[in-house]
Write a protein that binds this ligand. Structure first.
Ligand code: 4AD
Ligand code: MG
Length: 421
């Protein structure tokens, strides 16, 4: 007796004798002469049709129940599918309380509805497909970087740094009641946080491996209920040594992936474009202000609904690590954000300040010299021009799949006032 996944059963070339397939019932159709079941174990988008004698019908055999079907795999008479399973025995492994089960048979539940059931929604077809694509995209991203000579780095989740300096850190405390209160917060002797970005650790590694990437969870206590923010999200980050221009970061690597047309504009140009349409915004565009979602949307539309790189942002707007452009009264750094249709900001990146005097004086002004001694060290021992970017993985999935709400492209969304399961 051979145990087959639904995917294997559907893809079989030849009929097979004694096989066993397990899965959950997706539909039951009982006729006078024959009982039809559709089952799936999540290995395929398509259900496997089971054909059985009506005598095998059983009151526990309902939508949502878990079953084990044993029988023969035969060619299906239907043109739509290759194989079907002629059942000899059907065993209900786990019945389903259909009255209480919130995902009803055949109904196309809206995503907002299934979101209420984080422990069950993966059984919904749409959610199931999104999560399967997420899994494939994860593998594709790893292959892309590995195939292009990048070394994968597991950057730490617990860190004593605030890379972005935006005050959105989750601080770590122990829950061990037996400890003294002072010890509680000082398990590491220093305040420790969940990481907001693996960038600083990647910069360390780029100083040895030249091209590195990381792809892991990052955390931000953003008090935002928007459809594109999470408190826990995954970020794809790459860091490249011996990189002297933003074009290297934008094109050398990204051009390969972005087959379609894209546009590059400076922050100054962006502000000029926005000012022409000032009356359309709630938040009036001014040089020195961060681009709001409404501004990002407008810029993408203005450029013809294509991806837009905005480069060279105001010095005072951006984190300490960005490279000083040393340019006049409208002082900028070599930063780049990628805005895409329907989403807004998808990637953020920059050249890093590799010059010791510049970095030291900026850190001094921020009172961060002690904390970042190791980071300054990197500029003393073979410092090279370098840069990189981070892409929000969930926003990327939203973009390629056209998914309205970020909560639907991550298995277990965490956002303010919500940490279910
Ligand atoms: O622009 P950000 O803050 O850039 C950095 O963290 C850099 N240190 C990355 C680097 O250069 N290595 O974040 C990068 C991307 C954003 O463009 C956005 O797509 C995503 O991360 N992101 C979020 N996604 C979901 N929920 C949030 N709260 C997010 N915050 C940022
Ligand atoms: Mg950003």
């Amino acid at each position: 007796e051979v145990r087959l996944r639904v995917r294997e059963a559907l893809g079989a070339r030849e009929p097979a004798g004694e096989v066993k397939v397990q899965g959950w019932v997706r539909s039951v159709r009982s006729q006078k002469e024959v009982l039809f079941l559709h089952i799936n174990d999540g290995s395929s988008l398509e259900n496997l049709q089971v054909v059985a004698d009506p005598s095998l019908e059983n009151r526990d055999l309902t939508f949502g129940s878990a079953v084990e079907v044993q029988g023969k795999l035969v060619k299906s008479p239907h043109r739509m599918q290759n194989m079907e399973l002629k059942a000899e025995t059907i065993r209900v492994v786990g019945p389903c309380d259909t009255l209480a089960f919130p995902l009803k048979t055949k109904e196309r539940h809206p995503l907002e509805y299934v979101r209420q059931f984080p422990h069950l929604r993966c059984r919904n077809n749409t959610l199931g497909s999104l999560l399967r694509i997420r899994s494939e995209a994860t593998a594709a991203i790893h292959s892309f970087f590995q195939d292009n000579g990048y070394v994968h780095i597991h950057t730490p989740i617990i860190t004593s740094n605030d890379c972005e300096g935006a005050g959105e850190l989750f601080q770590i405390e122990t829950s061990n009641e037996a400890r003294e209160p002072a010890e509680k917060t000082h398990f590491f002797d220093v305040p420790a946080f969940l990481t907001v970005s693996g960038q600083l650790h990647l910069e360390v590694m780029a100083g040895a491996f030249t091209h590195v990437f990381t792809f892991g969870p990052t955390f931000r206590a953003e008090n935002s209920q928007s459809r594109r923010h999470l408190a826990e999200f995954y970020m794809v980050e790459a860091e490249l040594s011996f990189t002297e221009s933003l074009e290297d970061i934008m094109q050398d690597r990204l051009e390969k992936t972005l087959k379609n047309k894209f546009v590059i504009i400076s922050y100054n140009e962006a502000v000029e474009i926005l000012k022409q349409a000032s009356q359309t915004f709630t938040f009036k565009p001014e040089w020195g202000c961060d681009l709001q979602t409404e501004h990002e949307k407008y810029l993408v539309k203005h450029c013809g609904e294509v991806p837009v790189f905005v480069i060279n942002y105001p010095y005072d707007l951006k984190p300490f690590y960005m490279r000083d452009n040393e340019d006049g009264p409208q002082h900028t750094v070599a930063a780049v954000d990628l805005l895409v249709p329907g989403i807004g900001e998808l990637c953020g990146g920059s050249l890093r300040e590799e010059r010791l005097p510049f970095l030291r004086s900026r850190l001094q002004r921020l009172g961060l010299t002690d904390a970042y001694q190791w980071y300054l060290d990197l500029r003393k021992f073979g410092s090279v021009p370098h840069g990189g970017f981070g892409m929000g993985f969930e926003r990327y999935l939203q973009y390629i799949l056209g998914v309205e709400n970020i909560k639907d492209v991550i298995p277990f969304p965490r956002f303010s006032h919500s940490c279910l399961l």
